[in-house]
Design a protein around this ligand. Structure first.
Ligand code: MN3
Length: 249
């Protein structure tokens, strides 16, 4: 990437961080295996590119099987990235960062292609990041305090989060997000929406943890047993990364 393009993308990213630094540069960098900067990965600014999975396809076994990971990342997420770039060609949102795009969406049907694919790109980037076979198994520090304040305990959070994920009708996501007062909340969104779409979502905020409950995320291994997938997902959460995201907001 030449210097001019690099600085153009850098300025777009700095504009995009705004109220919600979310998958900020630091986190995007972690997704890049070749040591390139977060900006060069194109996770957050045009042209958007598929971030490398930060671990092997089989790293999450036995909770999530290798074929599911491969298809999910290489086909589904890749498709959102390709279609996002395509949709932006004829969109007034072209040129904005990913976070700016999400926060600008109004729910107008003309935005649907950008909405679905920008959401898909953002959501999956977060999902890969916050799952790992390693990392802390419990939230620490300020995040632990915020979770305990809202849900009494980690178990209280897990019960409420699992309940929200179970109740998503059809395809969608459940979230742990942070509101403008720094308080954590649980919500769910249909399709590829997320709480960053503050003009659309039932509650706007910055997601720090999300579970994909589209059937493509679990059906090969779990079929109709969404509850078992959710339970096993909870054991994959890297609370160090979630804590970093909370601290960055
Ligand atoms: Mn998915």
């Amino acid at each position: 990437m030449n210097r001019r393009k690099f600085s153009k993308q850098a300025s777009m990213i700095s504009l995009g961080i705004g109220l919600a630094p979310m998958i900020a540069c630091k986190s995007s960098k972690e997704l890049s295996k070749d040591g390139a900067s977060a900006i060069a990965t194109g996770v957050m600014a045009e042209p958007f590119v598929l971030p490398a999975l930060p671990y092997a396809y089989n790293a999450l076994l036995p909770a999530i099987d290798e074929m599911t990971m491969q298809i999910h990342h290489d086909k589904h997420h890749a498709g959102y990235v390709t279609n996002l770039n395509k949709a932006l060609e004829s969109s007034p949102l072209k040129g904005k960062s990913l976070t700016e795009i999400l926060m600008s969406l109004t729910g107008n049907a003309a935005e649907n292609a950008v909405r679905n694919n920008a959401g898909g790109h953002f959501n999956h980037t977060l999902y890969w990041e916050i799952m790992t076979p390693g990392g802390s198994k419990m939230p620490k520090g300020k995040l632990a305090e915020a979770i305990n304040k809202k849900f009494t305990s980690l178990d209280g959070f897990k019960t409420a989060f699992s309940d929200a994920a179970m109740k998503v009708f059809g395809s969608g996501w459940a979230w742990l997000a942070v509101d403008k007062n720094g308080e954590v909340f649980i919500s769910s969104t249909p399709n590829q929406d997320n709480p960053m779409m503050s003009k659309i979502a039932s509650q706007g905020g910055s997601p720090i943890l999300g579970i994909d409950v589209w059937e493509h995320a679990y059906y090969l291994k779990y079929q109709n047993l969404r509850k078992d997938y959710i339970t096993n997902f909870m054991g994959l959460v890297n609370w160090d990364i979630v804590g970093e995201k909370y601290a960055a907001i």
